[in-house]
Design a protein around this ligand. Structure first.
Ligand code: 5RP
Length: 218
């Protein structure tokens, strides 16, 4: 089974976590795109969705799924999203698609975070995938210097502006043994909006597509 087939398989498995008559939190990325396509099959049984990016909003609307502003919703039952890396402790790196800040916000409002990945994303230690950090544009060079002090090699993601009008620094060569502490430390740098470590609020359920089917971890 190739990676795309695994993404589709795990996206379809996530439908089991979507309850009737609820508003679903929807992430961003190629795996989530498969999820949105699958969600369309039960669009008449849900109230709608809250989206974590303009790209997901567009895809949801193209399927005729109503998209609500997060500010009009008190709580979400479930948030479904992919990841760039995930550990057995359910800590993740996210933000490969530059949507990390809205993803973190929508995840915070959800009772349960269901992470959908193929098995290439499961790692023993986070950091092989460069850690995305969303930064206020005028703070880019300052934040890059501060990130270098933490031992990483920040690289400006050229040509990318986030949905919030900010820029992304991808921090290479990190070996993240204490993800919760590093998440807090990076977020404390002035000019950082947020970083792509999802450790303080990790996944509650991980659905992992393998050649032998979807494994569930919780
Ligand atoms: C976007 C994300 C995605 O969840 C992450 O990049 C995984 O994407 P894909 O499903 O395309 O591999 O965090 O900001």
């Amino acid at each position: 089974m190739n990676q795309d087939q695994k993404k589709q398989q795990v996206a379809e498995a996530a439908l089991a976590y979507v309850k009737d008559d609820t508003i679903v939190g929807v992430g961003t990325g190629s795996t989530v795109n498969y999820f949105i396509d699958a969600l369309a099959s039960k669009k008449d049984r849900i109230v709608g969705a809250v989206s974590s990016s303009e790209a997901s909003t567009l895809r949801l609307k193209q399927h005729g799924i109503e998209v609500f502003e997060l500010n009009s919703v008190d709580q979400l039952d479930v948030y479904i999203d992919g990841a760039d890396e995930i550990t057995e402790h359910m800590h993740m790196i996210k933000g490969g698609g530059a949507a990390l800040t809205r993803e973190k916000i929508v995840a915070a409002v959800a009772k349960s975070f269901v992470c959908i990945v193929d098995d290439s994303k499961l790692v023993p230690v986070l950091g092989h995938f460069p850690l995305p950090v969303e930064v206020i544009p005028m703070a880019r060079s300052y934040v890059a210097r501060e990130l270098a002090k933490l031992g990483g090699d920040p690289v400006y993601r050229q040509g990318v502006v986030t949905d919030n009008g900010n820029v992304i620094l991808d921090v290479h060569n990190l070996h993240i043994l204490e993800p919760m502490a590093l998440e807090a430390k990076i977020n404390a740098i002035v000019g950082v909006v947020t970083n792509g470590l999802f450790a303080q609020r990790g996944a509650d359920v991980a659905l992992i597509a393998t050649d032998n089917g979807v494994i569930t971890k919780q």
